[in-house]
Write a protein that binds this ligand. Structure first.
Ligand SMILES: *[C@@H]1O[C@H](CO)[C@@H](O)[C@H](O)[C@H]1NC(C)=O
Ligand SMILES: *[C@@H]1O[C@H](CO)[C@@H](O)[C@H](O)[C@H]1NC(C)=O
Ligand SMILES: *[C@@H]1O[C@H](CO)[C@@H](O)[C@H](O)[C@H]1NC(C)=O
Ligand SMILES: *[C@@H]1O[C@H](CO)[C@@H](O)[C@H](O)[C@H]1NC(C)=O
Ligand SMILES: *[C@@H]1O[C@H](CO)[C@@H](O)[C@H](O)[C@H]1NC(C)=O
Ligand SMILES: *[C@@H]1O[C@H](CO)[C@@H](O)[C@H](O)[C@H]1NC(C)=O
Ligand SMILES: *[C@@H]1O[C@H](CO)[C@@H](O)[C@H](O)[C@H]1NC(C)=O
Length: 272
């Protein structure tokens, strides 16, 4: 192959990669629209693909799970993503195990992602008109718990190359970031050094591919380890907890989680 051909090919490849990396994908990877055996701790797992694109979006991710036969039986949870290291692992997983899915039944998960971006046009001219664009997107999935069904297995559930149904969304986040003008009030600014990202308004929105996310054994092990830590710091710790309850970092982490639960309960944001 000639050098020119090679560099052309390289440029093509790099172009493809750059394009793909514009796209932040947010997917519910578990559960899917399927039937599982009830379990003591049931995971709800979201994956962020190209997570570095989420860095300046001040994402908020929350979900409500409710029983289709008893709609009063519902639970809301808000992920605290403010301090996430978005430039670390790809995909980045946001997950939580729940202890109320121990019985047979039909359930619905409804999740909402909120994000904010620069209003490029308003930033330039008259600072008094400057504002942040707020967007939000809501999705739902249904699942069934039945004793005769296969046990929850995150590796098997995400092993397939294809999966039917819609479980996720994408945001086309450009390379362009801007400093939020002084007059603009933006809570997200505290976590981004007042930097926002410009989101492309390109249509059609690229479709997301949650089936690209394959949870492996290592990921499951680390999820289970963090569940274990949470339980050990809880009210009824299991018997196999290490004797390190004074570990300040653990206490901090659990403090954060209970605050979050309190906030979610108090606001009831996703119940309406
Ligand atoms: C879920 O799966 C069932 C059976 O496979 C199907 O009948 C139903 O339409 C699906 N529901 C959704 C919302 O995808
Ligand atoms: C749900 O709660 C409402 C008000 O608390 C009550 O009137 C209703 O009977 C409850 N429904 C079920 C199915 O328990
Ligand atoms: C985020 O994670 C990456 C990869 O693990 C690491 O190199 C980087 O230092 C981390 N950044 C912060 C701010 O912790
Ligand atoms: C985001 O919000 C802006 C302004 O409110 C709106 O024009 C735009 O269509 C929204 N984009 C999406 C993807 O919802
Ligand atoms: C994976 O795909 C195969 C073939 O399409 C199907 O038989 C199997 O049930 C799928 N597994 C899961 C966990 O979706
Ligand atoms: C935050 O942004 C300001 C203004 O652009 C810059 O001077 C400062 O160094 C930034 N701080 C950090 C921690 O990035
Ligand atoms: C994302 O937006 C940019 C800027 O509008 C555009 O050039 C690019 O093609 C978009 N990417 C996709 C995959 O739609």
């Amino acid at each position: 192959m000639h050098f020119s051909q090679m560099s052309w090919l390289l440029a093509l490849l790099m172009g493809t990669i750059t394009n793909a990396s514009d796209i932040l994908g947010v997917d519910l990877v578990f559960p899917r629209n399927e039937t599982y055996a009830p379990t003591e701790w049931f995971p709800i797992v979201f994956a962020f693909q190209n997570p570095e694109r989420a860095r300046y979006l001040n994402l908020a991710l929350g979900h409500t799970i409710w029983n289709l036969d008893d709609t009063n039986n519902s639970h809301t949870f808000l992920h605290d993503l403010r301090w996430t290291n978005w430039t670390g692992e790809d995909p980045f997983y946001a997950y939580q195990y729940f202890g109320f899915l121990k019985d047979e039944g039909r359930w619905r998960v409804r999740w909402t992602l909120d994000w904010q971006s620069c209003d490029e046009d308003s930033f330039g001219d008259n600072p008094s008109d400057a504002k942040i664009i707020s967007n939000s997107s809501t999705w739902s999935t249904w699942f069934t718990l039945q004793s005769s069904a296969p046990k929850v297995d995150l590796v098997a559930a995400t092993a397939n190359k294809t999966c039917p149904g819609e479980y996720g969304m994408t945001i086309n986040v450009t390379d362009k970031t801007m400093q939020v003008p002084r007059g603009v009030t933006w809570s997200g600014g505290d976590y981004t050094n007042r930097t926002c990202a410009v989101v492309a308004s390109s249509a059609p929105t690229p479709t997301s591919d949650p089936c690209q996310v394959h949870i492996d054994k290592t990921i499951v092990a680390s999820m289970e380890a963090s569940l274990h830590t949470q339980l050990c710091n809880g009210l009824n710790p299991p018997s196999d907890c290490a004797d390190d309850k004074n570990n300040a970092a653990q206490q901090l982490a659990v403090g954060g989680i209970s605050c979050m639960l309190a906030a979610a309960g108090a606001l009831g944001l996703f119940l309406v």
